[in-house]
Write a protein that binds this ligand. Structure first.
Ligand SMILES: *Cc1c(COP(=O)(O)O)cnc(C)c1O
Length: 209
């Protein structure tokens, strides 16, 4: 489980850490980096923290992300992947990457289409400072377990096709507070949970990505 700590402060993250949670997700690069720096002392060998960037990523933010995060789940363009690879500092391990895929054609949502995915995956897998781990998706909210599951099954099928084509992906990141059961039933390996862990977020977010 990835605990999505966006809009919550370092103290909330420390509480989750104390409860055994190690992996945290942030949407807004600036906010995330501030939190990562504020919590540097909290990542100890016995409890190493892992920070995932899960929000939309603009070119002018890739350097910060490459320098501070362990994972990026929202890569949907080769140009962004190339920048992350070039900018990943040498002293850090490769940046772990998921490609964001748009399975339900939601027009407003980011993500590569399933048709364009194999070529992007091929290109990203060849970048030296990235490690391609899998796929991430954020379907449009659907009502009810069966409708939610049907969309997640599409993502699972796309994931399975890539692995059948020779990729060795181990991460299928899907499911949030309102639909995580359906995502797990469809084969999610990582749910990204915010409100169900930390409680409700303020309606308005102050810092855009
Ligand atoms: C905010 C967010 C989540 C967590 O959503 P909740 O509904 O609070 O669980 C997961 N993934 C992404 C990409 C998000 O932006």
């Amino acid at each position: 489980m990835l605990a999505v700590s966006k809009t919550f402060g370092p103290d909330a993250v420390r509480q989750a850490l104390a409860a055994g949670q190690r992996c945290f997700g942030e949407n807004y690069v600036q906010e995330g980096v501030e939190k990562i720096l504020a919590l540097r002392d909290a990542s100890v060998a016995s409890m190493p923290m892992e920070w995932h960037c899960i929000g939309p990523l603009q070119s002018n933010k890739t350097r910060l992300v490459a320098a501070h995060f362990d994972w990026v789940q929202s890569v949907d363009r080769l140009k962004i992947a190339e920048r992350l690879s070039e900018q990943r500092p040498d002293h850090l391990p490769p940046l772990q990457v998921c490609l964001q895929v748009n399975v339900d054609g939601g027009l407003t949502k980011a993500g590569v289409t399933p048709d364009a995915l194999p070529a992007l995956a091929q290109a990203v897998a060849g970048l030296p400072r990235l490690k391609l781990r899998g796929l991430m998706c954020i379907p449009e909210p659907a009502e009810g377990f069966d409708a939610q599951r049907a969309v997640f099954e599409q993502a699972r099928a796309v994931f399975d096709r890539l692995n059948a084509a020779g990729f060795a992906l181990d991460t299928l990141s899907m499911g949030m507070s309102d639909d995580l059961e359906a995502a797990v039933a469809a084969g999610s390996t990582m749910v990204r949970v915010g409100r169900a862990v930390f409680g409700g977020r303020p309606a308005k977010l102050t810092s855009p990505a």
